[in-house]
Design a protein around this ligand. Structure first.
Ligand SMILES: [Zn+2]
Length: 215
């Protein structure tokens, strides 16, 4: 089960990279018949060439692949994978796809909704995260580098417990946002913080690790 899920993650990662490359394909001149060409070689796509490109540019995949090493439930990893690539259906992304929407954050109603706002500067999120860190006894000091909390998930300077709490907080803040939009249900930051800590404690118990702060 673990191997098949890992294989699925790797396949998903490869498909995303292929999709990103296909989006950069140049448009052929009008007087020529349509033809798909691979931007790296100006010829047809070659798996060998693409593999060589990936191996020569390991930074493209190496940092994002750290998501899969986070010690959080698989659904949280998948969510973080989408978040770090700005693939969530936030209002600004939906507007880019042509949807006519008023862009206002449903959590704080004081700013436009973007992935960066929700996970870095939204007062609702910040209040919730501070409660999570306080209740779990985790130091509420953010690393000065990297600049955003999303990238702190991938930093070697960030503690494992901080990464776990941060990742699960992101996941639950998105659930809270969706709950407000689609089910018209809203929770206070303290309720969200308790839900996050319950999820974190449960994930720790599944690994056989006892949570010192909550035991
Ligand atoms: Zn907000």
């Amino acid at each position: 089960m673990t191997n098949s899920f890992s294989a699925y993650q790797q396949l998903n990662s490869l498909l995303h990279l292929i999709n990103s490359s296909l989006q950069t394909l140049p448009i052929t001149q009008l007087h020529l018949p349509d033809q798909l060409i691979f931007s790296l070689t100006n010829k047809l796509f070659s798996s060998a060439t693409f593999y060589k490109f990936l191996t020569l540019h390991p930074k493209i995949t190496s940092s994002l692949n750290l998501v899969w090493s986070l010690e959080v439930p698989p659904r949280v990893k998948t969510f973080i994978w989408l978040l770090l690539q700005n693939k969530l259906a936030t209002i600004d992304n939906l507007q880019k796809r042509g949807l006519m929407l008023v862009n206002i954050c449903t959590l704080c109603k004081a700013a436009c909704e973007t992935a960066f706002h929700i996970t870095n500067s939204c007062p609702y999120f910040m209040h919730t995260l501070h409660l999570v860190l306080f209740l779990s006894g985790t130091p509420a000091t953010y690393p000065s580098y990297p600049a955003t909390m999303q990238l702190a998930l991938l930093s070697k300077e960030t503690s494992t417990i901080y990464k776990q709490l941060l990742a699960i907080s992101y996941y639950f803040i998105w659930k809270e946002r969706c709950g407000r939009i689609f089910r018209e249900v809203s929770n206070t930051p303290s309720i969200s913080a308790n839900l996050i800590l319950q999820e974190w404690s449960f994930s720790q118990l599944l690994k056989g690790v006892e949570s010192p702060a909550l035991s």
